[in-house]
Design a protein around this ligand. Sequence first.
Ligand code: ASP
Length: 322
Amino acid sequence: MIRLALHGGAGDLRADQFDTSAHRAALRRIADEGRRMLQDGATAVATVEQVVVLLEECPLFNAGVGAVLNRDGQPELDAAIMCGVDRNCGAVAGVMRAKSPIRLARAVMERSPHAMYMGSGADALNRELGLDEVTPDFFVTEERFHQLKLAHERGVIVLDHEAAFDDTVAHAPTPPSEDGGDAFGTVGAVARDAHGNLAAATSTGGLTNKHPGRIGDTPIIGAGTFADNRSAAISCTGTGESFIRSGFGFEIHARMSYSHWALQRACDETLAEVQRLGGRGGCIAIDHEGQLYLPFNSLAMYRAWMGADGNLHVGVGPDDVD
Ligand code: ASP
């Protein structure tokens, strides 16, 4: 049974407070492309990569074009991909010149001797492997400059979609523009292909006004991204520090593998641990039998998935699914 889920970030903006139709339409269009690929026999790895490429290209989300900016006004992009067949994986952190961080992550997985690269070395690898290169301004949108200016004024580091503040990472709400056209959220995808193989991919700009060099959970295999055919494929979004501290993706795998918990219980318990650590967010997950689970402890998580009947569904808040 082929299955697919994708996300465009979690946060505490109330979905009924502004117009999310552009985000919903983008998620549906991209989910449709992923579904078509899986129906045509594409592998889970190829599908999650392509879905995330399309999400990176969409300026509505916090990855690739439209990624949030660090303290110095630069995009520093993180991405990772993992194949559930053999736990092969590739990750990049703090890249600024790779046109598609997720394509570079896949190239790391399949065409390099290592699993993870950072910064200028990762951008150099992108060039060596002949992947598309851009200057950092390619990723920058006016909206993101505006958000960085607000974060500077308030002296906060901002998760794109959190409303609460704490002492370490302050989470100011992203003020929605009147047309609801704000960039919003880390992106990710999980898939199960016709052979029953799982894969996960995640890509992000991280946090607005983050310290240069800060790395979130997204490119950390076993935290924000994980896949193993014996358990599940998982892609996260939320306060990265808490997802790293909980070892989110691997924790779900461990609870399923060692305690034989079902996907839902493993996700709920691990998300509760994130909450205990002060974190907010959610994940999209598919288990080895094709069960899907998309939990979040924030007010919203932009998400789309292919139901067991093959139909596509899109949701933002807990109940506003269509
Ligand atoms: N998890 C990402 C990070 O901490 C942020 C997000 O999900 O929006 O870098």
